[in-house]
Design a protein around this ligand. Structure first.
Ligand SMILES: Cc1ncc(C[n+]2csc(CCOP(=O)(O)OP(=O)(O)O)c2C)c(N)n1
Ligand SMILES: [Mg+2]
Length: 409
């Protein structure tokens, strides 16, 4: 229901006063509050030769300059997301979070790398593994955690839960595997139609990559030359099924066939950031769609109900964590390049922990939405754009927005 409301924002933007539009987008008021100034002192990044592989294109440069402060900010954001997910894990076990809950620990370099390469005018849409993206698009940790705990302060006012988080330029949070891919194609079509230079990053998993609607979306995007970046998070498993057991071709960056592709080391934020900048540039130049495969790994099980150990070995998880962890990787570079001392990095970790813990505390103490029918039906539509009567499961359940009550009772 909420998804419908936030999608309608596009259609209604012109007709409605701004304060009304804000009602269905809790994060808009917070967007950019985390935006620390990026100072200009730069560092030269030299990526390993195996960071990229191209398909029908020349991969991005392995050497580039970037701001030191940007790397620090990226580090802090990755640590914050990790701490946030770990808190969610604990709260789930304490039964304060119910229902579905999918963690992104291990995959932080993708959400953070992409957000640093695009603007708030670009769009992102993703699957249910969405907490990190919601935070990076502008939500506070309190809003994400509040949503998980079903609180009114949540990013979807406590009525969506883990898989249903939205914000300005962020279209979820989608529980149906692959369903976000045609939606992302439509968002890119909107940019194309308006003639702006913005794009949509459409994320999906290696499991979702085998869906028919993904192939249909590729066709239309190429046919109409849409500014869409199809970004496959290849974390090696779809639930408990390894990519070798599910996919005839595990080179997901080649799956666009007639769409150029790029494979990226998704555990190295210096590579994900450079790849996302390259992709943004590609679509802005009017070259049409691009397929990116971020090769990554999820540390947790598929969801909270999966311990994640029956279809892979503990050694496999341990080995990725110890050798390829994106947070440890950036930490080492910051120290080696003299951007921060070991002591300073420890302080960043401490600060992130303190920030997340205090936000969790506030969210935990916050009230749930009031158990009132009109609150239940809020945010189905942008205020002022409602249909007269929303049909219920049976006639008596139909809701009248004008009456703020049941239409036929
Ligand atoms: C259409 C549909 N089919 C099946 C499911 C059940 N399901 C949920 S997640 C998932 C696996 C998806 O794996 P992948 O795309 O690799 O994403 P990941 O969980 O690894 O991020 C499946 C089969 C679903 N939600 N929707
Ligand atoms: Mg997967």
């Amino acid at each position: 229901m909420l998804r419908l409301g936030s999608n309608l924002r596009v259609a209604c933007t012109r007709a409605l006063p701004r304060n009304q539009i804000l009602r269905t987008l809790a994060t808009e008021v917070h967007a950019n509050t985390k935006g620390e100034p990026i100072d200009k002192e730069t560092v030269r990044v030299e990526l390993p030769a195996d960071s990229f592989e191209g398909y029908m294109l020349d991969p991005p440069e392995l050497t580039y300059d970037t701001e030191k402060s940007r790397l620090v900010k990226m580090y802090k954001d990755m640590v914050t997301i990790r701490r946030m997910e770990m808190s969610a894990d604990g709260l789930y076990k304490a039964k304060k979070i119910r229902g579905f809950c999918h963690m992104s620990t291990g995959q932080e370099a993708i959400a953070v790398g992409i957000e640093n390469a695009i603007t708030k005018q670009d769009d992102i849409i993703t699957s249910y593994r969405c907490h990190g993206f919601t935070y990076m698009r502008g939500a506070s940790v309190k809003e994400v955690m509040g949503e998980l705990m079903g609180k009114r302060c949540g990013v979807s006012y406590g009525k969506g839960g883990s898989m249903h988080m939205y914000g300005k330029g962020f279209y979820g949070g989608n529980g149906i595997v692959g369903a976000q891919v045609p939606l992302g194609t439509g968002l890119a079509f909107a940019h194309h139609y308006r003639g702006d230079k913005n794009c949509c990053f459409t994320l999906y998993g290696d499991g979702a990559a085998n869906q028919g609607q993904v192939a249909e979306s590729f066709n239309m995007a190429k046919l109409w030359n849409l500014p869409v970046v199809y970004a496959c998070e290849n974390n090696k498993y779809g639930m408990g099924t390894s990519i070798q057991r599910s996919s005839a071709l595990t080179d997901y960056y080649k799956r666009g066939q007639y769409i150029p592709g790029l494979k990226v080391n998704g555990m190295n934020i210096l590579a994900t950031y450079q790849a996302a900048k390259f992709a943004k540039d590609w679509v802005a130049q009017g070259k049409g769609p691009l397929v990116i495969e971020f090769e990554t790994y999820r540390y947790a099980g598929h969801s909270m109900s999966d311990p994640g150990t029956s279809y892979r070995t503990r050694e496999e998880v341990k080995s990725v964590r110890s050798k390829r962890d994106p947070v440890a990787h950036l930490k080492q570079h910051m120290i080696d390049w003299g951007i921060a001392t070991e002591k300073e990095v420890k302080q960043f970790d401490k600060d992130a922990r303190a920030y997340v813990d205090s936000q969790v505390k506030e969210a935990d103490a916050a009230p749930a939405p009031e158990a009132k029918m009109d609150i239940l039906f809020e945010d189905v539509y942008v205020p002022g754009s409602e249909i007269p009567v929303l049909r219920g499961r049976i006639r008596e359940d139909s809701w009248s927005f004008a009456k703020k009550g049941f239409a036929y009772r």
